[in-house]
Design a protein around this ligand. Structure first.
Ligand SMILES: [Zn+2]
Length: 364
């Protein structure tokens, strides 16, 4: 089969690759989304991918690795020891591989059911052999989530970013009726917006600079979408805070920072009412400055989260099956595997503001 493998910085090409163990399941990949982390690996990698000559100690993965970790597909082969699945079932792959799959003694996180913080966590498509930018992948059966009959594999390929957003909402302590600010309407910000809309959220404010994403945030039900850069010299105040305070004098209950900039962190903190929560969703490239008085004096809670557990994927499948979220709006392009670098990576780098989620479809 063909697969796109990362060899190094700006160095990825299609090659032949194959294997299936008795304990594994072979999945024909139908769709695989491109994540911002794939772009980071392509532009500056290897970052999380193991460097050449330095294999991951738990998976043996080393450059070149097959990329892609947001995949949906169909089961085409069952290893002889695999039970509980049948050929032809539609699935998504939870790419997170924990101690339970590695066969290592479970760490404290794994024992507590928090496999997303497993100290030995690895991912298909990054540092575990096999990825979604490929016609096929072989995975551990425990990494599979069944896709309900009435959910298409195209929509199901969004399960991973939706699971991230689901996990963040669960960890934030959000309860029905609370008002929220989302900073950044990229794939995760929009996923947060859609999911919160399906959970009886109060007011939702979104801060975003890209015209396409502003439009999408409006379509997906934000009460107000504010471009914080549209300040004038006559009125240099914080437009996001102004918009919130017109409606909610003391601020929102929770702000989700899906941008990770100094300016978005400051707005996220200032926008929350006393006792409210600031939840970091972003991956930061560098440390930010923080005056902890801004947290202490008003007893705000600053916290964050990472990834997902299998429960998050299952919750997403239920929401998709019940048509509670219109996730198809996130897909802005679908390209064949042979076009993944030019039509996928470079398109997301050069025309970033024109896209939310590009899917790779190896079967076309
Ligand atoms: Zn662990």
């Amino acid at each position: 089969m063909q697969a796109l493998r990362l060899h190094g910085k700006r160095d990825s090409w299609l090659t032949l690759w194959s294997q299936c163990a008795p304990t594994q399941v072979r999945v024909e990949v139908e769709f695989c989304g491109i994540c911002g982390s794939d772009i980071h690996e392509y532009l500056a990698g290897p970052i999380l991918a193991p460097a050449g000559g330095n294999p991951n100690e738990h998976t043996g993965a080393t450059l070149p690795v097959i990329m892609g970790h947001e995949m949906s597909g169909t089961i085409t082969e069952l290893g002889e020891q695999v039970k509980g699945f049948t050929i032809g079932q539609k699935v998504v792959v939870n790419p997170l591989v924990s101690d339970f799959e590695h066969g290592t003694p479970p760490c404290l996180s794994c024992l507590a059911g928090r496999i997303n913080t497993c100290k030995r966590a690895t991912f298909y498509g990054i540092n575990t052999p096999g990825g979604g930018f490929s016609s096929q992948i072989t995975v551990n059966p425990s990494n599979l989530i069944l896709v309900p009959e009435n959910v298409s594999l195209k929509i199901a390929a969004l399960a991973e970013p939706l699971a991230v957003a689901t996990h963040m909402i669960r960890k934030s302590g959000f309860t029905a009726g609370q008002s929220v600010l989302i900073l950044g309407a990229g794939p995760i910000g929009l996923a947060l917006l859609m999911l919160l809309r399906s959970m009886e959220v109060g007011k939702i404010f979104v801060s975003e600079v890209s015209d396409l994403r502003i439009q999408q945030a409006r379509q997906l039900g934000a009460d107000a979408v504010i471009d914080p850069t549209k300040v004038s010299s006559a009125n240099p105040s914080n437009l996001v805070l102004n918009a919130i305070h017109e409606v909610l004098e003391e601020g929102v209950d929770i702000s989700f920072d899906a941008s990770g900039l100094q300016s978005t962190l400051e707005t996220a903190i200032a926008a929350v009412r006393p006792g409210g929560a600031i939840f970091n969703v972003a991956i930061h490239e560098k440390p930010l400055l923080l005056n902890l008085n801004d947290i202490s004096v008003t007893e705000k809670n600053l916290t964050g989260g990472i990834c997902y557990t299998k429960e998050d994927f299952e919750l997403v499948m239920t929401l998709l099956s019940n048509k509670r979220i219109a996730a198809e709006h996130m897909i802005t392009s679908v390209v064949p595997l042979t076009d993944v670098v030019k039509g996928g990576f470079l398109e997301l780098i050069d025309n970033k503001t024109q896209h939310v989620k590009i899917l790779i479809q190896p079967t076309i």
